[in-house]
Design a protein around this ligand. Structure first.
Ligand SMILES: CC(C)(CNC(=O)c1ccc(Oc2ccccc2)cc1)c1ccc2c(N)nc(N)nc2n1
Length: 328
């Protein structure tokens, strides 16, 4: 006999199992179960919540697609501005950036090297471990509240592994394969096609119908933790590791470089690997790893002085085509 209490208990078990499978599949890229197994458990949960609506909780995976069509997006003020990055286009300019930092900072410090994903900057707010708000960068100070659309992205955890209250930022992007398949579908339907994965991701996040966003296979890489030192975290490389432990999808290609020679090697490695990555990158980002150095060097109104983007030459089109050739 199914009572509300036994339904509540069974729903909790199902949510825990579905969340673990979802984390493996969408955050760790390591599927552990067949889709049909996941779908069966998911449908059982949908059935229980339909029969006993009072057992529904905000972080149930069934709550990701609200299915509502929004009338628009509210504006919101970022607690701290979402900065951009200064960019350079040669290793000589990169050396100048490094030398400028060493004019202010006397002792040695490491850099954290990260890929620069070609997507949209987003900000995610969590209260006691629960996802409560998500927004676009906008002009860096005022963004748009796109919480309902971001909830549909399986790589964004609805509940963290610890009940922390934090704000994180990262890139929302559309993988190359999803981009090619979306354009093929749109072409077949006589619709306009997107010029590149970044535009496709932007168009998908601007959808007022969250069910459409849910079908666009968007993903994220998180790269920024607000006020890390208040959490006892002292380096960018540590912040990335901690955010991964909390359940965020962090790009695994980032690396600490102790010398500019190591930075050069990282750049050469990813200029090569670029066409084989399942997502578009438009360069790499160099960040002073210790937050103490970041704090001393500070930021301008628009960009940090302790980070720089090294941009690759744009060879987008052939990248997508060559990459597809590679996968066929
Ligand atoms: C470094 C930062 C600009 C994020 N940082 C911030 O947005 C930021 C925001 C307020 C900060 O502190 C302030 C406090 C008060 C006033 C102003 C700034 C510091 C950093 C950035 C931007 C884009 C990135 C990208 N595409 N890929 C990777 N891999 N990393 C990236 N990192």
């Amino acid at each position: 006999m199914l009572t509300e209490l036994s339904a509540k208990k069974r729903a909790q078990e199902l949510r825990k199992q579905l969340s673990e499978w979802s984390h493996q599949y969408y955050v760790m890229d390591q599927p552990t179960v067949e889709d049909v197994v996941y779908d069966k458990a998911y449908q059982e949960l949908v059935g229980l919540e339909k029969k006993f609506p009072k057992i529904i909780v905000d972080d149930s995976p069934t709550q990701r697609v609200g299915g509502q069509v929004l009338s628009g997006f509210n504006k919101l003020n970022h607690v701290l501005p979402m900065l951009s990055l200064g960019d350079v286009f040669s290793k000589e300019e990169l050396t100048e950036f490094d030398q400028r930092l060493h004019k202010t900072i006397n002792d040695e410090f490491a850099y954290n090297c990260e890929l620069k994903i070609d997507g949209l900057a987003i900000s995610l707010v969590y209260e006691n471990g629960l996802f409560v708000q998500g927004s676009t960068r906008g002009n860096g100070v005022v963004g748009e509240d796109i919480t309902e659309n971001l909830k549909t992205i399986k790589a964004i955890p609805l509940r963290l592994t610890e009940p922390v209250s934090i704000e994180v930022r990262g890139e929302c992007y559309m993988p190359k394969r999803a981009f090619v398949e979306l354009n093929a579908k749109r072409e077949a339907e006589g619709k306009t096609v997107f010029a590149n994965p970044r535009n496709a991701a932007a168009g998908s996040l601007r959808q007022l119908d969250t069910a459409i966003t849910a079908r666009r296979h968007l993903s994220t890489f998180i790269y920024y933790l607000m006020n890390p030192e208040k959490l006892g975290i002292n380096k960018q490389s540590e912040a990335l590791r901690k955010m991964s432990e909390w359940g965020f999808r962090i790009n695994t290609e980032s690396r600490v470089a102790n010398t500019m020679a190591d930075v050069d090697a990282y750049i050469d490695e990813y200029q090569e690997k670029r066409i084989t990555l399942p997502y578009d990158i438009d360069g790499i980002v160099l960040k002073a790893d210790p937050f103490s150095v970041q704090r001393i060097v500070g930021n301008t109104v628009k960009v940090p002085r302790w980070a720089i983007a090294y941009k690759f030459p744009p060879d987008e089109q052939e990248t997508v085509v060559r990459q597809i050739e590679w996968t066929v």
